[in-house]
Design a protein around this ligand. Sequence first.
Ligand SMILES: Cc1cc2nc3c(=O)[nH]c(=O)nc-3n(C[C@H](O)[C@H](O)[C@H](O)COP(=O)(O)O)c2cc1C
Length: 201
Amino acid sequence: MVDMSPFILDDLALERLFTGARSNIRFADQPVTMDTITQVWDLIKWGPTANNTVPLRIAGATSPHARARVLAHAAEGNRAKVEAAPLVLIAARDERFHDHFGVTGGTDTAAARFEGDPEARTRFAHTNAMLQTGYLIVGLRAAGLAVRPLGGFNRAGLDADLFADSPWRSEVLLLVGYPTDDHGAGDRKGRIDAADAIKEI
Ligand SMILES: Cc1cc2nc3c(=O)[nH]c(=O)nc-3n(C[C@H](O)[C@H](O)[C@H](O)COP(=O)(O)O)c2cc1C
């Protein structure tokens, strides 16, 4: 007997969020506004993070200067992809996430502990910003957008150019645009079967 579908979203939603969504390198010739990104943030900010630290920050490389610096620091094999993207976002971690504990509900004791331990702060911010980046990718897809994440770029170089006076540190680039029929991402690679990914222990 096959179990009934456990999903509360309809098939179209599941397809748009997961099964049919690709990591596009080609996009429709249609701009993506930062207003849309703001609305996506207001959705995905509700995803859980450790201690509710919410360390993800999003820099939209909308100026010619920022766009040029992203391109300059992209790995050779990623440059044409960056150039073709309607919008480039830098998903970053805020290494001073504890400055926002007044909003996020962290205690003074935890803030003092993080203040005194920058290495722990970096680790914590990295882990949770990457977790939120996953929510962000799904949230962008929920807004009808296609996303290609890029890890191949010089983070230190990009940070020195764009975040010199800021506690933000780059994690991943996200190329964002509206999808076309031709996503340009080639044949889809396999995924791990549940039999190999899940076990009861
Ligand atoms: C953290 C991360 C880093 C990635 N870095 C790169 C990259 O540097 N260059 C690239 O072309 N694709 C990069 N990708 C894209 C992946 O190869 C792609 O998402 C994966 O193969 C799944 O493709 P699909 O969504 O079309 O099935 C990256 C994806 C993630 C999530």
